[in-house]
Write a protein that binds this ligand. Structure first.
Ligand SMILES: C[S@@+](CC[C@H](N)C(=O)[O-])C[C@H]1O[C@@H](n2cnc3c(N)ncnc32)[C@H](O)[C@@H]1O
Length: 283
C-alpha cells in the first residue's frame, strides 16, 4: 500500500489531518515527506503500526497520547495517559511566572501538580539561574516529569517529590519566592460538559477537585503563605466562570490581588497574588 492509499483509507475513519500526523509519526518523517513521497510503499510493519494508530484515534484517544508528545512553550514534552496534555492557555501562567521571577533576587520556586513538568521545566529553561521543587500526588506523573526534565537538561535544578499539595513540606520549612500551579479545577457538575476525549482519556486526578472543583485551590490559598518569603507570589490557573467565586475565597488580610490575567478568548485564567509584606508566618 502506498502512502497516499494508506491516508485515503484512514480518512474513512479519522480526519485527513490526523491521518497525516499519525503516519508522519509512524514513519518518523515530517508531513512534507509524505507529500513528496505519496507514491512510496509502506513496509508491512509501518502499515500495521499505522492501522493500530488509526483504530486508537477513531476510538477518540487524543492524538498526543498516540504520538506520545505535545509542544508547550516552544518545547516538546513527552506525554502518556498518566498525565494531562499541556494546554496552550497554561502558557500564560508560565509567561507571568517568568516576568515576576525575572525581577526577583531569589529564583527558587515551587510547582504544585506538575504533571508532565511542563510549567516548571519551561520556566527553568528560560531562567538559567532558577531552581525549583515540583510536586504531584501521582507517582506516575512524576516519572513522566523526570523524563522531561532530563530531556530538557534541567534535572539538576529540579527536585521532584510526591506530595498532596504541600504535605511533603510539612516537616521542612520552605522559602519559595513564587509558587505556581495549574491545579485540577473541574467540578463534579461540570464533568458532563467535558469532551469525551478529555473525560475518557485524561487522568481524573488531573481534572477533578471535589464537588465544586476548588479543593486544591482552597489548599493553595490557605497553605501557600507558610512556604513563601515575605512579598512572595502565588500564581494559579482557574477554570471558566470561576473568577468571582475565587475572588471571594481570597483572604485580603493575607494577599494582595495583583491581577487576574485573561486568555486569548478573554476568559479570566491566571490569578496573581502577592503575600502582604508585613505578614510573617510560622515556619
Ligand atoms: C491540571 S493538571 C496540570 C498538569 C501540568 N502542571 C500542566 O499544566 O499541564 C493537575 C495536576 O495536579 C495533580 N494533582 C491533583 N491533585 C493533587 C494534589 N492534591 N496534590 C498535588 N498534585 C495534585 C494531578 O496529578 C495533575 O498532574
Amino acid at each position: 500500500m502506498t502512502i497516499n492509499e494508506a491516508l485515503t483509507k484512514a480518512a474513512e475513519k479519522i480526519t485527513r489531518r490526523d491521518a497525516r500526523l499519525l503516519l508522519a509519526a509512524v514513519m518518523r518523517q515530517n508531513q512534507a515527506f509524505l507529500i513528496a513521497h505519496d507514491k512510496d510503499f509502506l513496509t508491512a510493519a509501518e502499515q500495521e503500526k499505522f492501522a493500530a494508530c488509526v483504530v486508537r484515534r477513531a476510538a477518540g484517544e487524543p492524538l498526543q497520547y498516540i504520538v506520545g508528545k505535545q509542544e508547550f512553550y516552544n518545547l516538546e514534552f513527552e506525554v502518556n495517559r498518566d498525565v494531562l496534555i499541556p494546554r496552550p492557555e497554561t502558557e500564560i501562567l508560565v509567561e507571568t511566572a517568568i516576568e515576576i521571577l525575572e525581577k526577583q533576587k531569589n529564583h527558587n520556586f515551587c510547582d504544585i501538580g506538575t504533571g508532565t513538568g511542563c510549567i516548571a521545566i519551561a520556566i527553568l529553561k528560560n531562567l538559567p539561574a532558577a531552581s525549583a521543587v515540583a510536586v504531584d500526588v501521582s507517582r506516575k506523573a512524576l516519572k513522566v516529569a523526570a523524563g522531561n526534565a532530563r530531556k530538557h537538561f534541567v534535572a539538576d535544578r529540579l527536585i521532584l517529590e510526591k506530595s498532596d499539595v504541600f504535605s511533603a513540606f510539612d516537616s521542612k520549612p520552605s522559602d519559595f519566592s513564587l509558587i505556581v500551579s495549574n491545579p485540577p479545577y473541574v467540578s463534579e457538575t461540570d464533568s458532563q460538559f467535558l469532551p469525551r476525549e478529555v473525560k475518557d482519556f485524561e487522568p481524573h486526578t488531573a481534572l477533578f477537585s471535589g464537588a465544586d472543583g476548588l479543593d486544591v485551590i482552597k489548599k493553595l490559598l490557605c497553605n501557600a503563605p507558610q512556604h513563601l518569603i515575605k512579598g512572595g507570589y502565588l500564581l494559579f490557573e482557574i477554570g471558566y466562570g470561576q473568577s468571582e467565586t475565587i475572588i471571594k475565597l481570597i483572604d485580603k488580610n493575607i494577599w494582595n490581588l495583583i491581577k487576574i490575567r485573561a486568555d486569548l478568548q478573554k476568559i479570566p485564567r491566571v490569578v496573581v497574588l502577592q503575600l502582604k509584606a508585613d505578614k510573617s508566618f510560622q515556619k
